[in-house]
Ligand binder design. Structure first.
Ligand code: ACO
Length: 321
């Protein structure tokens, strides 16, 4: 494969919410949340949308790559919290950016959405259909959270991250894999609109996130290391040769478990979840953008990206920066 990331960007809502703020909503404590998850604060929308956050993150990614929106050929938005059923968020972002040439559509693979979108873009570029793609993960999870349920409301945050990828001669993405296990769908779900027409009127559904936390934890710690080993094997690399593991930021203890299973020091697993919580599909590109802007990504470095979440879905990729 010869596709590389040439620009990164991110956008977070202005309002932050601390663990202390949450203690005024539900029976919880800063100590419990930090100890079990590693999360200290998160950004919560007071008006920012999946579209406005994605457009801002995409604009930053274009600026960081020194490219104009008019050059974008494919625009993918990974999201599980779009404002509208139709039109898709990607078409709205296309309009905001003025990316008139781009084919635009959304993709929902929950917290693995960014990895699935990256893989989709790679397939189009490898097939010679497009030369570049702008990919964002954008979520306003706060609107699908039950703010009276302490087992879920402490975990999530809102935000968006984006990358611009294009065909290159060498390096870039070395291997990528994605998997789904629909059999475990009930472990983490949120209902959508119920069937309501002249023939059927089903009982009201539950439009909030419901989760079996322990099952999610066990799935992530088991499947993510094996998916990472799969892409490392394809690329002919070992876990020890990877400079940084940029993983989905769900929970510090999950990342610690993955680091242990791979026998790689935790200091190669950068984390920002203490400041932003779990932002689902936005987590990986936001962290990548932070690392890029801090100058922590040097040319030639080997990175592993890995996302995992509802579906269940999981994926990983290994790349040369
Ligand atoms: N504050 C205080 N107590 C709480 C809270 C809270 N916010 N939430 C739950 N508890 C209580 C429970 O009610 C329970 O009390 P009980 O023993 O009296 O019944 C006790 O804490 C233990 O509950 P568990 O659910 O067993 O706690 P656990 O140690 O499993 O931690 C957690 C829960 C943090 C959700 C953990 O299971 C986890 O990290 N799971 C991974 C889930 C995840 O990261 N999901 C994100 C979405 S999916 C994704 O992004 C991949």
């Amino acid at each position: 494969m010869a596709i590389r990331i040439i620009g990164t960007g991110s956008a977070l809502p202005e309002k932050t919410m601390t663990n202390e703020d949450l203690t005024r909503l539900v029976d919880t404590s800063d100590e419990w949340i930090r100890e079990r998850t590693g999360i200290g604060t998160r950004h919560i929308s007071t008006g920012e949308t999946v579209v406005s956050l994605a457009a801002q993150a995409c604009q930053h990614a274009l600026e960081s790559a020194g490219r104009d929106a008019s050059e974008v050929e494919l625009l993918l938005i990974a999201t599980c919290t779009p404002e509208r059923g139709i039109p898709c968020a990607a078409c709205q972002v296309q309009n905001e950016l003025g990316a008139a040439q781009a084919a635009a559509f959304d993709l929902n693979a929950a917290c693995a959405g960014f990895l699935f979108a990256l893989n989709t873009a790679c397939a189009y570029i490898e097939a010679g259909i497009y030369q570049n793609a702008l990919i964002a993960g954008s979520e306003v999870l706060s609107k699908i959270i039950d703010w009276t349920d302490r087992s879920t409301c402490v975990l999530f945050g809102d935000g968006a991250g984006a990358v611009l990828v294009e065909r290159c001669e060498q390096g870039g993405i070395l291997a990528i894999a994605q998997h789904s296990d629909g059999n475990k769908g009930a472990v983490l779900q949120c209902d959508g609109r119920e069937l309501h027409n002249p023939f059927v009127d089903v009982p009201a559904t539950v439009p909030y996130v419901r989760m079996d936390g322990r099952e999610v934890f066990a799935f992530a710690v088991r499947q993510v290391p094996s998916c990472i080993q799969e892409v490392l094997g394809k690329a002919g690399l070992t876990a020890g040769e990877v400079d940084l593991y940029v993983l989905h930021q769900a929970n510090k203890r999950i990342i610690e478990g993955i680091s242990k299973r791979l026998a790689v020091d935790l200091d190669r697993f950068p984390m920002n979840l203490d400041r932003v919580g779990n932002m689902s599909s936005a987590a990986i590109p936001v962290l990548l953008d932070e690392l890029n802007r801090e100058g922590r990504l040097r040319e030639g470095m080997t990175l592993v990206l890995s996302g995992f979440g509802a579906g269940l879905t999981y994926g990983a990729c290994v790349l040369k920066w």
